[in-house]
Design a protein around this ligand. Structure first.
Ligand SMILES: NC(=O)c1ccc[n+]([C@@H]2O[C@H](COP(=O)([O-])OP(=O)(O)OC[C@H]3O[C@@H](n4cnc5c(N)ncnc54)[C@H](O)[C@@H]3O)[C@@H](O)[C@H]2O)c1
Length: 400
């Protein structure tokens, strides 16, 4: 099996977590993959990243300031794309056209249509296209799946209430935060619902199956001043959302968050099933359930997901353990990058394909579409493009 030469495209915040992942993989299986190129339109970021890679890898990756130059050099077989959302499809399409396998950070394309274009291109060229999704791969999420679907301890899921209400004082205009691409919806496509929400959507599909329909409200209750090149700007992301999420299986979910309601902060992250509940005290409405989440069954001592993880591990066949936790990796980023590298090296499929990522992000966009239309929205109508009110201007702006 030839070592896979990988490029990291977009060497900003989350690329740091990917680097730790690639390093962990290199330490266990140095022949599987090497970071052969780094690419960032802000070249110093790509240079710094290459220096860091050289420290553990020995060989320094080639550094590029543009994807076109990187592809022209023809040295890579796989690209790990960690750019802002509005660039996902552009970078992916360029790589696919060059026959390079691609893993794209969530939400894997700006809009539903953007992701569909990426998938079409990948199918036409027979190129692997993966969604970088780390959260479902964690031990606590895998243990929750086992509790709900295999162990019989909790039985079939019934519903969840995952909600957080808090009050954050808007920034004093004199000390307003610096503008960032996430603040502009033409660049990010939205705020919490599609950003961290993309993880939540993937996890709920993983735990409860496909979503039939949603009713959502998404609002910005107050202006959020920022500073852009010395001038006043405003953050366009939501500071309130709420959604009722109806699954094909009959599971009903309530998912909400706001930072704009003063006077009474509270948080509740509870998943209910036939025989008990998983109650997560972490206060994280996007990335749970975490290891400290309590598994409560009436009349029994409470145990955490972390306590139950060894019992789940004992049930794993060697093949399944190798698939879920190769080299005993438990970090989601390491597992997603390993899955991608193995798939490129061997020609097998990844767990979170672009199609799986698309189905998850379509739930997030169904919430925006519901808020834009004031109607309950079927996820299949968002996937097919039949409902496209919120996303139309984004598709038009970027000619998607
Ligand atoms: N999995 C997670 O937990 C997680 C967490 C945070 C972010 N993300 C995702 O990672 C992606 C990047 O987010 P981030 O927070 O790292 O953003 P960031 O702004 O910190 O980094 C983006 C990088 O892309 C570079 N870039 C911009 N245009 C480029 C171009 N044309 N070619 C190459 N590079 C270019 C920027 O210079 C920057 O270094 C997003 O999709 C985001 O949703 C995932």
């Amino acid at each position: 099996m030839a070592t896979v030469p990988v490029a990291v495209v977009g060497c900003g915040g989350i690329a740091g977590a990917h680097q730790r992942a690639w390093k962990a993989i290199f330490e266990k299986e140095p022949d599987l993959a090497e970071i052969a190129a780094t690419c960032d339109s802000y070249r110093p970021a790509a240079e710094r990243y290459a220096d860091q890679v050289a420290e553990y890898q020995g060989r320094r990756p080639e550094v590029y300031g543009s994807v076109a130059d990187m592809l022209r050099a023809g040295r890579i077989r796989a690209a790990d794309v960690c750019t802002p959302h509005y660039l996902h499809h552009r970078v992916a399409l360029e790589c696919i056209a060059a026959g390079v396998a691609v893993q794209v950070e969530k939400p894997s394309g700006l809009t539903v249509k953007a992701t569909k274009k990426m998938i079409e291109a990948a199918c036409a060229r027979d190129v692997l296209l993966a969604t970088a999704e780390n959260v479902r791969r964690g031990p606590s999420q895998r243990t929750a799946w086992w509790l709900l679907h295999e162990s019989g301890l909790l039985g079939n899921p019934r519903g969840f209430f995952i909600q957080q209400v808090r009050h954050e004082q808007p920034a004093d205009p004199a000390r307003a935060p610096a503008w960032h691409w996430r603040a502009e919806r033409t660049l990010s496509a939205g705020g919490w619902v599609v950003d961290s929400g993309a993880h939540f959507m993937d996890t709920i599909r993983y735990l409860y199956g496909d979503v039939h329909s949603v009713y959502g409200r998404v609002e910005q209750m107050r202006p959020h001043p920022m500073v852009r090149q010395g001038l006043r700007a405003f953050d366009e992301q939501e500071d309130y959302f709420t959604a009722t999420i109806n699954f094909e299986s009959g599971v009903i979910g309530q998912w909400s968050r706001t930072s704009a309601f003063p006077g009474h902060d509270w948080v509740q992250c509870a998943i209910y099933a036939e025989r008990g509940a998983i109650v997560d005290p972490s206060g994280d409405v996007f990335h749970g359930p975490h290891g400290q989440a309590e598994v409560r069954r009436p009349g029994e001592e409470t145990r955490t997901l972390r306590d139950l993880w060894p019992a789940f591990q004992e049930t794993l066949s060697p093949e399944r353990r190798q698939r879920l936790f190769p080299h005993d990796f438990t970090d989601g980023f390491t597992l997603e990058c390993y899955d991608f590298a193995q798939a490129v090296a061997t020609g097998r499929e990844v767990e979170v394909t672009a199609e799986v990522g698309l189905k998850a992000k379509a739930i997030a966009f169904a919430i925006y579409e519901s808020a834009a239309t004031g109607q309950a929205v079927k996820v299949e109508d968002v996937l097919s493009g039949r409902v496209e009110v919120y996303q139309r201007w984004l598709n038009e702006k970027w000619a998607i």
